[in-house]
Design a protein around this ligand. Structure first.
Ligand code: G3P
Ligand code: CA
Length: 366
C-alpha cells in the first residue's frame, strides 16, 4: 500500500513539473510571437503623417522616366503628397537619386563609359554621372508614352528634387555639371513632401543626408525653412512630416535614427529577406522597428505587373496596427490593388499617382 502511495505521489509531482515546464514553454513562445508597441514619443511623430497619402514612387514610373525632373514635376503638379526617391552616394559624396546598383537598365552607360557598365554608382563622381542620359531608355521601352522632353535628362541630386518640391524647375550648366533653380511657369502651387530611401546604403550615407537636409532647411530638428503653401493645394512641405525616411536595411534604420531622430521613418519589408517561419520573422521585423522608434512599415503587395510576394495580408496588417505603427505598402499600379488594400493602410507608394488620387477622392466623397 505504501509503495502504491509513493508511486501516486511521484506521478503527481512529475505531472506538476511537466505542466510547469509546458507553461514556461508556452509563455516563451507567446513572448516570442508577441508584438511590442511604439512609445508615446514615437506615436506623436507618427501622427505628423496624414492619412491616405499618395506617394509618387520614383516620381511615378508609368508616365515618365523614373527619378527625373520630368517625373517629379509631373507628380508635384498632379497633386501627389510625396515625391519618393532612392538615394545613393557618389564617389565624391554627393547624394543622387537612382534605384539600381548599376547604370545599365536606365542610362546610356554602354556608350559613354563602355568599360564601366558593371560599376556601382559609388564608383562615379557626380560630374561623370551627369554625362549620362537617364531619359531616352523610357522612350524606347514605352513608345506609346514617349516624349521628346524625356531625351537627355540628367541624373538628379537630393538638392535638385527638393527645389522641384518647392515649386522650381531646373536649368543645367554643363561647364559645372550643376543645375540652378528657376521659376516654373507650370508650377500650380502644390508643395509635396519628400519620401527618401537610403538605397544600397554604405559609406555613412545617413550622416551626409542629415547634413544636406539641414543645409536645405528640410530637417525639422534644425531650423526648418518656412515654405509658403496655399489653401486647397498640397501643403505637406510645410509640415513636420515634410520628410519621411525609409530603408530595407536594419542598419540604415538605426543610423537614420541616430542622425535624424524625431522624423517619421518607414521600415521596408521584402520577402526574400524573411527566411524561416513567416509569422515569426514578420513579428521579429515589427518588433525590430518598434525598438528602433520606427513609425511606418512598408510591406510589398501582390498583383500585376510586379507580382511581388504578399506581405500585406490581413493578419500582417493586424500585427502592424497592433504595434501602433501605420502602413505604406509598395507598389500600387492598378485600381484592383487600390480597391483590395487601401481600406487597411494609411498610404500608398504608387507608379500611378493619377489613379490613386482619383481613387482616394472618390472614396472620400462616398
Ligand atoms: O521605397 C518603396 C519602394 O520603392 C521599395 O521598392 O525597389 O522600388 O525601391 P523599390
Ligand atoms: Ca524606393
Amino acid at each position: 500500500m505504501k509503495k502504491r502511495t509513493n508511486i501516486i505521489i511521484s506521478l503527481t509531482f512529475l505531472m506538476i513539473i511537466t505542466s510547469c515546464e509546458n507553461h514556461q514553454k508556452t509563455a516563451k513562445i507567446t513572448q516570442m510571437n508577441s508584438i511590442h508597441k511604439i512609445n508615446k514619443a514615437t506615436q506623436q511623430v507618427r501622427d505628423y503623417v496624414k492619412k491616405d497619402i499618395v506617394i509618387a514612387h520614383r516620381g511615378s514610373t508609368y508616365w515618365a522616366p523614373e527619378e527625373t525632373e520630368q517625373a517629379y514635376i509631373w507628380a508635384r503638379n498632379i497633386g501627389a503628397d510625396y515625391l519618393e526617391m532612392d538615394l545613393q552616394l557618389t564617389k565624391d559624396n554627393q547624394l543622387v537619386a537612382f534605384h539600381d546598383d548599376n547604370l545599365q537598365r536606365t542610362t546610356n552607360i554602354a556608350t559613354v563609359f563602355p568599360n564601366r557598365v558593371d560599376d556601382a554608382i559609388s564608383d562615379f563622381t557626380l560630374a561623370e554621372l551627369r554625362k549620362l542620359d537617364v531619359g531616352s531608355w523610357f522612350n524606347h521601352k514605352n513608345p506609346d508614352r514617349a516624349k521628346t522632353a524625356f531625351e537627355h535628362l540628367k541624373i538628379l541630386t537630393l538638392k535638385d528634387i527638393i527645389h522641384i518640391a518647392e515649386g522650381k524647375k531646373l536649368q543645367y550648366h554643363p561647364e559645372k555639371s550643376t543645375f540652378s533653380y528657376v521659376e516654373d511657369e507650370k508650377d500650380n502651387g502644390n508643395r509635396p513632401g519628400i519620401y527618401v530611401e537610403t538605397k544600397h546604403p554604405k559609406s555613412n550615407i545617413e550622416k551626409y543626408l542629415a547634413e544636406e537636409l539641414t543645409s536645405l532647411g528640410w530637417n525639422i530638428n534644425t531650423q526648418p525653412k518656412e515654405i509658403i503653401t496655399k489653401k486647397g493645394k498640397v501643403g505637406v512641405a510645410n509640415t513636420n512630416a515634410r520628410l519621411i525616411l525609409q530603408s530595407f536595411s536594419p542598419k540604415s534604420i538605426q543610423q537614420l535614427e541616430k542622425y535624424l531622430p524625431n522624423i517619421p521613418k518607414c521600415f521596408l519589408l521584402w520577402k526574400p529577406d524573411m527566411k524561416g517561419n513567416l509569422k515569426k520573422v514578420y513579428t521579429k521585423a515589427i518588433n525590430f522597428a518598434v525598438e528602433n522608434n520606427v513609425h511606418i512599415i512598408g510591406p510589398s503587395i501582390a498583383g500585376t505587373p510586379n507580382n511581388y510576394e504578399e506581405l500585406t495580408a490581413p493578419w500582417m496588417v493586424d500585427l502592424i496596427h497592433q504595434s501602433g505603427m501605420i502602413i505604406h505598402p509598395y507598389t500600387f499600379d492598378t485600381n484592383e490593388q487600390l480597391k483590395k488594400y487601401s481600406k487597411d493602410v494609411e498610404g500608398v507608394f504608387t507608379n500611378r499617382a493619377d489613379l490613386a488620387l482619383i481613387f482616394y477622392s472618390k472614396n472620400k466623397i462616398k
